[in-house]
Design a protein around this ligand. Structure first.
Ligand SMILES: [Zn+2]
Ligand SMILES: [Zn+2]
Length: 257
């Protein structure tokens, strides 16, 4: 049994009280952030600090280097001062960029007052399909997205697929996972615009969920224009069409899976 706390569930930029992408996974021994968008700022909230109290190390795994997934790395020195920090970051051929090059551009003058190299953070480059991410045996693969992004399965606990064109042929790879986090960028994408931009349409995600034999799904990476009511409608439609348990993914709430 593990727990997950959505800290940021938006793509692109914050809206409707939602931050950009970050999820805190609390395992028996290790804490892991999936992505580091503006949601990282929620680590300052007292109830989140309380949840983190037993952990001395914070692990972060990044799916790719678009700002809505990494800008919160700049907040880490302020929100995680008391323990160790390790960042697992994708590298070629899984994505096009080398982690250190990407971080040198984002977290160094003139965009940031000092270099990330002064944070005392360990960087683990992820290049292999079979890699270790914190306590988890991870299966990683390159996804269809500008510059590449990494889809990941962490043991049987969870799979995290965002910033990708939904691919129902991945069902066998996800089989037996307890929780799938998958982006849904468009609801009814008759023009195919989502796929052209490296994003997912509801129908393709529903087909993948239906075929995967997973226990639960959480829909993530909401476009900023999506209202909380629309997000609820989307979750209800997913539950109806797939008969799979849909976790609402409200930021700050703790979900067991
Ligand atoms: Zn994104
Ligand atoms: Zn992206």
């Amino acid at each position: 049994m593990a727990r997950i706390v959505p800290l940021g569930t938006n793509g692109y930029f914050p809206s409707h009280g939602r931050h950009t992408m970050s999820f805190l996974v609390l395992g028996p021994e290790q804490a892991l952030l999936l992505d580091a968008g503006t949601g990282v700022s929620r680590l300052l909230e007292p109830q989140i600090q309380e949840l983190l109290r037993p952990y001395s190390m914070l692990n972060v795994v990044v799916s790719h280097y678009h700002l809505d997934h990494v800008v919160g790395l700049a907040y880490l020195p302020a929100v995680w001062a008391r323990g160790g920090l390790r960042i697992y970051a994708p590298a070629p051929p899984l994505v096009d960029a080398e982690p250190e090059d990407a971080l040198d551009r984002l977290l160094a003058p003139p965009l940031f007052p000092s270099s990330w190299r002064s944070f005392g953070v360990a960087i683990e480059a992820l290049r292999e399909e079979r890699s270790r991410v914190a306590a988890w045996e991870a299966h990683l693969w390159r996804q269809a997205h500008p510059g590449g992004s990494v889809g990941m399965r962490l043991g049987d606990d969870l799979a995290y697929l965002t910033d990708t064109v939904a691919d129902p042929s991945l069902a066998s790879r996800l089989r037996g996972v307890r929780l799938l986090l998958h982006e849904v960028w468009t609801y009814d994408d008759t023009a195919g615009e989502a796929a052209a931009k490296g994003h997912s349409d509801f129908s393709a995600v529903a087909e993948l969920v239906r075929c995967s034999q997973i226990s639960a799904v959480m829909l993530v990476h909401h476009p900023p224009s999506r209202s909380p009511e629309e997000a609820e409608t989307l979750a209800a439609a997913m539950a109806r069409q797939t008969r799979v348990r849909v976790l609402p993914g409200i930021e700050g709430q703790v979900y067991e899976f």
